[in-house]
Design a protein around this ligand. Structure first.
Ligand SMILES: NC(=O)c1ccc[n+]([C@@H]2O[C@H](COP(=O)([O-])OP(=O)(O)OC[C@H]3O[C@@H](n4cnc5c(N)ncnc54)[C@H](OP(=O)(O)O)[C@@H]3O)[C@@H](O)[C@H]2O)c1
Length: 350
């Protein structure tokens, strides 16, 4: 028997993706998967793509007494809901990986500003580790509570780590544009995500002040050693999976294309899930070539004429942007090979 894992919120998109990944994870046994709406129904009732896996398993209601028989719990829940469950799970000595935003920000006051509520557990925010291995691998090894990054934020941060870390850009003028597919909104249709409204769109939303920029600023400021203010505009686009961040920046005096290439190699050369994309046949990161996988493709374009560098990262929002990254962090926490369950190549065509 492997490490026992429970998923609260297993009928949603990220919960389903966790089930898919963990079905091939050699160190894990999924002992509980919750859905209040589908409690008692087979997993395949909601996730027919998992036919042949989890054959005898059914969704259960959120019954913490049963869930606490696990060793680790993934929370795939809407904003604000993880707060209800996390303290009791942690008190029982289990590890928690939260895919939602309830613990991503270190400063409790930021929750009032960005999420509109007073954070009820400020002490837990001091313990939490932001679950991006490329930034926090060492801290993750002893983490109890992991806040898995948002999808837009993951793409934005990964695009910019080399330039910020190696101080190649004017840190006071960073503007990030993200394009993201419809699965980022979860499986419950809304007026904006309903297929006829969403299909084929290229639509800015929360074009200034999107809450994901709070974690982007938090993480890149820590890397820069001073507080950064960053402009951020997401766009809903017509694909189902995929997110592409393009960060527009200006190089500082003395920085050039060679320095960017060196920075990418030193930051990402040994990263198991980062692929540096440069040159033909496909010159720049493209979400189409990471779909279904935990890879993030990163790259850049340097326009010498105006001194501008555009840094890019492409991910599958449900994988490196959610469940894949959460399992990668969990693997580090549990002392497993970081790649366990995650070495699926992307799909093509997708
Ligand atoms: N989708 C993405 O690309 C993405 C990427 C990164 C992070 N995230 C974050 O991950 C979290 C989950 O996203 P998702 O896309 O998987 O959402 P989703 O498809 O809407 O799924 C939400 C899940 O939570 C359960 N749930 C809802 N309210 C609950 C409650 N009060 N108590 C217990 N269970 C509850 C739902 O099942 P029942 O209602 O049947 O219980 C469902 O299983 C969100 O915080 C989201 O922001 C999403």
């Amino acid at each position: 028997m492997g490490v026992r894992v429970a998923i609260i919120g297993a009928s949603g998109y990220t919960g389903g993706e966790l089930l898919r990944i963990l079905s091939l994870h050699r160190e894990v046994e999924v002992i509980a998967a919750t859905s209040r709406e589908y409690a008692g129904k087979p997993i395949t009732h909601v996730h027919p793509h998992l036919r042949g896996f989890y054959a005898n398993m059914r969704f259960m209601d959120v019954d913490l007494d049963k869930i606490l028989r696990a060793d680790a719990v993934f929370l795939s829940l809407p904003a604000g809901v993880s707060l209800q469950y996390t303290p009791r799970i942690l008190e029982s000595g289990l590890k928690v990986v939260d895919l939602g935003p309830d613990y991503r920000l270190k400063n409790a006051e930021d929750y009032v500003r960005w999420y509109g509520f007073e954070h009820p557990q400020p002490d837990l925010l001091k313990k939490v580790v932001y679950g991006m291995p490329e930034l926090h691998r060492e801290e993750l090894k002893s983490a109890e509570l992991i806040a898995s990054p948002g999808c837009n934020s993951t793409a934005a941060i990964l695009a910019l780590i080399p330039a910020v870390k190696e101080k190649l850009i004017d840190l006071d003028h960073i503007a990030i544009d993200v394009k993201v597919g419809s699965s980022e909104a979860g499986r419950k249709p809304t007026a904006g995500s309903h297929h006829p409204e969403r299909d084929n769109v290229i639509r800015p939303y929360e074009a200034s002040g999107h809450r994901h920029v709070a974690e982007v600023e938090q993480e890149l400021s820590a890397l820069a050693g001073r507080w950064l203010k960053i402009a951020f505009t997401p766009h809903a686009v017509g694909c189902i999976r995929g997110a592409l961040a393009t960060a527009h920046t200006w190089l500082v005096e003395g920085a050039d294309e060679k320095a960017i290439v060196r920075a990418f190699a030193s930051c990402y050369g040994k990263e198991p899930f980062i692929r540096i994309v440069r040159g033909p046949p496909v010159g720049y990161p493209d979400p189409k070539y990471v779909v279904g996988s935990n890879f993030a493709d990163v790259g850049f374009a340097y326009d010498e004429r105006v001194g501008r560098a555009a840094f890019m990262a492409a991910i599958d929002n449900l994988m490196k942007g959610a469940a894949g990254q959460a399992v990668q962090a969990f693997n580090i926490v549990m002392g497993f090979d970081e790649r366990e369950g995650l070495l699926t190549p992307p799909l093509k065509p997708a």
